[in-house]
Design a protein. Sequence first.
Length: 423
Amino acid sequence: MMGWLSRIFGKDPESRISRARKFLADERFVDARWELEELDHPEAAALLEEAMAGLIMLNIEQARALFNADDRDGAKEHLEMARTFGASSAALRDVRKEWRMVRAAEEAAAARTAQQLPDPEGDDPLWALPPDDPRLQYAMRVEGWPEQLRRRLVELGPGFAEAVAGLDEGKVKAAYDALGAYVAQDPIARYERARAALALGRLPAAVSDLQTFGDEVGHRLIGTEDTAVLTVQTLARLGRMDTALAVVEAELARRPLGSLKAARASLLEAKGEYAEAEEEAFALLEQAPRDMGLVKLLARTRMRQGKRMAAMQALEGGMSKACNTPGKCGYQPYDVAAGRMLAQLYLEDRLDPKRAAELMRDIAHNRRGPEWQDGYLEALQARNEGDPALDGKLAQLKSEVPEGDPRLGLLQQQFSDVPQLTG
């Protein structure tokens, strides 16, 4: 809070540097960070790096404590926060490795479960198997489950293990059919059958299994996937927004995790409640300023409300915080979707041609291949520059969309003076 106040009331850079040093000495790393971000001062960058390192340290230590207290979900949440602050993958792996060593007995149980599948040739232990061996893959899946549920997986036996391994190998239909027998034995099997249903595109069946899993087992983190978030996402795909919102609200009352709050913000956006979604996304970005998914969500909600300049500021701020240099400061690949959103805003509003051209170059360099939106951006650029090639670009864009497609309306709105679009 104090960091925000100092910005609002315009404290001079030297005072902010002095305050940041005091915060760092007191290990108040969040306050130090707010003092230093976007500060134009020769010492700001080094001090900000120290603040971010402190935030990483605090979150890693909290993760260790939660692992030791058997709160694996909470520990993973703090590791994710450490990652957003720039923690290296190696540092995060070390924490997990320490926890696995403490829980060696649990890993052994998981290994024994996996070894109920056909024995490997030779005498190599399970963890010496090749990475693509299905026994090792299944053992790693078991390790990703909450500890208190692993025994129930063991009791489902080798047939269940074979079905799950088959699912991960791409034998989806066979796995779905086989898992039905285990659902009757223990509702814990419904999560794996839901995964198979999703892979088959059977969304109603997946929702049914996920909701029953939540009711009878309880939603939780499995590996890197939260079953509540997966349920909400699937309900949203079916258009059942109110039910999805009820699920996420109930879970947030029990587990106020950032991933669930982000899911709620996305639902609010989908329901057209843009002001509330904007508020939620903005609050989440306070904790995870380099989460580009949240940045894009914030920008979209602002655009829907006509706050185009604020949307540009959100995207510029998020992209400036992302590190696109491999091996540095929590590397993130260039977010092409964010670049396209920002370029579209600049070009449609005819603002800052130099910045728009820079974005166009970055997009072309990082995209996997050209999409319709890239052609649209090129047409906007041609319009703004008076390029005679505009007519040809528009003809091509129009030919690629069917009648009634909303993209055609976008073309007519932005190029209203072109006869071929309005005639």
